[in-house]
Structure formats: structure tokens, C-alpha cells
Design a protein around this ligand. Structure first.
Ligand code: SF4
Ligand code: SF4
Length: 159
């Protein structure tokens, strides 16, 4: 008799658990606007990441293909895992030698998105981008040169 009682009690508990779960499902079924589940990748065109999302390090360029990087190397020094390599070159301006950025290399595969490079850049030359699809077949594609071909430093930084 005691065994039968336990058996019936366990069935009743199972039914109650099922009803509890279905209550949550039913609540959202009649309030579809409250559902936060994203239908990815079907919503790829409209999907917008939240403001603080860090997807990759970028170097913003303006419409004249100008950036703010002086090639000082501070971001490279501050990156905790060697994800940045700053290669600078020497040029002559008005008879004086000057160092400028040649390649700002970013190893996306190693980056932990800690944001230290962005915070430490004295020229405000870096920013975190919101791109979230980085899958590639060839891992060499995860090594990026952030300063665009033919780009120059902006006049306001030069002065
Ligand atoms: S991104 Fe900023 S910190 Fe890094 S080399 Fe350029 S100016 Fe210096
Ligand atoms: S976000 Fe962090 S890990 Fe990534 S490049 Fe910048 S400093 Fe390095």
C-alpha cells in the first residue's frame, strides 16, 4: 500500500512539473513580443548586436581614407597576448626623418576582446567593431592589416 502511494505521488509530482513548464511556454505563446530568442541565421540581415558587444578590433578611417594611428606601438605593448604587431617605417618630411605606421597587424584568432588596446591608444585610433561572423576556412585570413591600403594619418593628429 505504501509503495502504491509513493507511485501515485511521483506521478502527481511529474504532472505538476509538466504543467509548470507548460505554463511558461503558454505565457510566451500568447505574448510573442516578449520572446527574445533570435532566429539566426534567418535574421542575419536585421540582426544588430548590443552596443557593448566586442566583435573585433578595428581602425576607423574617414571618407578621405585617413586614420588616427601614429604607429607609436603603445597598443602592441598593452596587448596581453601579443595579438597586435605595429610595423612602422621612416619617411622624410621637410628634411626631417619621421616614423609613421607601415602595417598595423591584428591577429583576430588570438584576441580575447579585452579592449585594452582601444583604451590605451593615445590617439583614439582603435575601436571595437560589432562583426560577429568570423568563421573562415583558412586561418591566415584571421590576420588582418587594420590600416587600409593607401591610407594616411589625419591632419589633426599630425599637428
Ligand atoms: S593604434 Fe594607437 S596605440 Fe596603436 S600604434 Fe596606432 S596610435 Fe599607437
Ligand atoms: S582587445 Fe585585448 S587581446 Fe585583443 S588586440 Fe586588443 S589588447 Fe589584444
Amino acid at each position: 500500500m505504501n509503495g502504491l502511494f509513493k507511485y501515485i505521488a511521483s506521478i502527481a509530482k511529474g504532472v505538476k512539473t509538466l504543467v509548470d513548464g507548460m505554463r511558461v511556454t503558454g505565457y510566451y505563446f500568447i505574448r510573442p513580443k516578449l520572446i527574445v530568442t533570435q532566429q539566426y541565421p534567418e535574421n542575419r540581415e536585421t540582426l544588430k548586436m548590443f552596443d557593448r558587444y566586442r566583435g573585433e578590433v578595428t581602425m576607423p578611417h574617414n571618407e578621405k581614407n585617413e586614420h588616427r594611428c601614429t604607429g607609436c606601438g603603445i597598443c602592441e605593448l598593452n596587448c596581453p597576448n601579443g595579438s597586435i604587431e605595429v610595423i612602422s617605417k621612416s619617411i622624410e618630411v621637410d628634411g626631417k626623418k619621421k616614423r609613421i605606421i607601415d602595417k598595423h597587424i591584428y591577429h583576430l584568432a588570438m584576441c580575447t576582446m579585452c579592449n585594452l588596446c582601444v583604451k590605451s591608444c593615445p590617439s583614439d585610433a582603435l575601436a571595437m567593431g560589432q562583426k560577429f561572423e568570423h568563421a573562415v576556412w583558412d586561418r591566415s585570413k584571421l590576420i588582418k592589416v587594420l590600416n587600409q591600403p593607401g591610407s594616411h594619418i589625419t591632419q589633426d593628429i599630425k599637428e
